[in-house]
Design a protein around this ligand. Sequence first.
Ligand SMILES: [Zn+2]
Length: 298
Amino acid sequence: MADDKNNNISIFSGLEHLGFNDTENIEIFKKEVDKSEKVNNEISESQKQLSLIYEKEIICPVCENRFKAKAVKISAPRMVKKDSDFFIRYENINPYFYDVWLCNICGYAAMKIDFERIKGYQIERVQKEISMKWKGKSYPDVYDVNTAIERYKLSLLNYAVIDAKASAKAMNCLKLAWMFRLIEDFYSESIFLNNALQGFNEAYYNEDFPIYGMNRYTTMYLIGELNRRLENYEESLVWLSKVVTTPAVPQKLKELARDQKDIIKASMAAKLEDDNTLQEPLPEEKKNFFLNIFKRSK
Ligand SMILES: [Zn+2]
């Protein structure tokens, strides 16, 4: 027994007289073990994701460079949940991370659905305002949310430079907001939701439907829902009520609009009850941070 006890003596023995009596269970290399386990888990996770993507050869419409864009295999993403503004949450791999195609030679970037739809005068603008400044960047084999945010911002910058349709800028902003929602950066999320709303409002009155797969009624609902998320409750109720009272709107969408109206009514009642719960408004300068991207198309 005495030997066993001796074997268990802490490597910190001898410090008792300085006040350190409970040092037996301290493992000095424990953290290192945890760290390597974490690294191993990350490696196996990224190998798993790597097996779910493939490379697609693309020709850049701006500089005619051939490059390989990463794409997610169609059957790979498993949908877990859909948020009320149509953001789809996936497990095992996130297709939004691979949504932007980027030519590393000239810096042209766009959401993949728009990549090849670029006109002659827009190509010239990219060459002049993007390619001249573009420094190039090599991305890892597997993308994460921070990579996605950077690439969506590059795409948005290109849309602003080529004066793309309001709907393209709006959809790009909405997807950026969703990426910030994933990392719970709610301040940045609200900035991009605000810009998305501005763009969809403009698109609603000036563009033909469908807009990124959304018909008039779905867009009407989305504008109401973005207003709700930004706490523009009066405005939101106007749009959501339009959805509910328009005869041609499918039942399912009407139900969704009714649910969001109920949430607003509950929020408004709660606000009346306690004025102190009012959230601090965004500072005006931050609110206007991205506003200028929509100005040109007026
Ligand atoms: Zn290019």
